[in-house]
Design a protein around this ligand. Sequence first.
Ligand SMILES: Nc1nc2c(ncn2[C@@H]2O[C@H](COP(=O)(O)OP(=O)(O)OP(=O)(O)O)[C@@H](O)[C@H]2O)c(=O)[nH]1
Length: 322
Amino acid sequence: MYLTNSGGQISLSRIFDGNPVATIVIDSEHRVIHWNRACAVMTGVPASEMIGSRDQWRAFYPDPRPILADLIVDGAVESKVDTFYHGKFHRSELIEGAYEAEDFFPAFGDHGCWLFFTAAPICDDQGRVIGAIETLQNVTERHRAEEALRASEERYRELSRTDALTGLLNTRTLWEHLLHEIARAKRYGRPLSLMVLDCDDFKAINDRFGHLEGDRVLIELAALIRACERGSDSAYRYGGEEFVILLPETAATSAMQLAERVRARFAGIRLPLADAEAISATISIGVAEWRPGEDEQTLIRRADEAVYAAKHRGKNCVVLAE
Ligand SMILES: Nc1nc2c(ncn2[C@@H]2O[C@H](COP(=O)(O)OP(=O)(O)OP(=O)(O)O)[C@@H](O)[C@H]2O)c(=O)[nH]1
């Protein structure tokens, strides 16, 4: 078949060969009849090794198996395409009987390669499939950019949910979780407790040792809280030197025990300073168990009031909310 122009004729195989998109054509016997230059460059396999053979798989896979064009020649039975390209293919919206797929080829290039490939049937005048044409494009760069974007979105999502200094969840997340946990406690009639922890005399710590050392105390307290929380608990930085631990499935007695453990362990910590001095600090804790019908603001307010009560009792203690 020829195209004609003022300069003469161009054969179809020259057109294929000049196509910058890697292209393979096979006949009804699965024999390769075209393997263009772009395909040779992409796969590293010259056309001379492929034309007339049924070895097209060799350019892509370690073991013999059909490529997409082979499945098209075999009638493009969807279940068969699915066997080889599960979750990675869909029907072409442009050409009937054609498929598009995207897959990772670990042996391509230095670190593997993502290819987007399409295969369509070639039919005779009666509509019988007499071969298939497959095109392949390297979409690795696009994939890497998408992965980087996903990772950065995930990082931003994480940052928007956490407190930068301590790495604990932030107040916004606390309100979300609290609403959810109250709804759950209500629906299933389960206990739910919460504690508010407030660093004692923190202004004096800042004044005496400096703001950076104050930050160290907060970081240390956050680490201790994280070490003490159980699987279903979650911890939040609630304000400057205030923290919250949310305790699903926990009644007041257990919450008080946990609070007492955190208080005692924190009081025992000595943060060494350069001049052989050490910082020690204490916390006051208010514990509140959710009451049926109570909303999140009221629950937190009761725990806050218990913290004030603890401060009035001399600090470094735990008080159960009224
Ligand atoms: N280093 C540091 N200090 C903070 C941070 N956030 C808040 N603060 C300080 O925490 C101190 C809290 O002081 P107050 O609310 O007066 O409470 P307190 O000194 O702990 O006194 P009591 O609550 O009665 O024990 C303030 O001086 C704030 O500036 C922070 O992220 N880092």
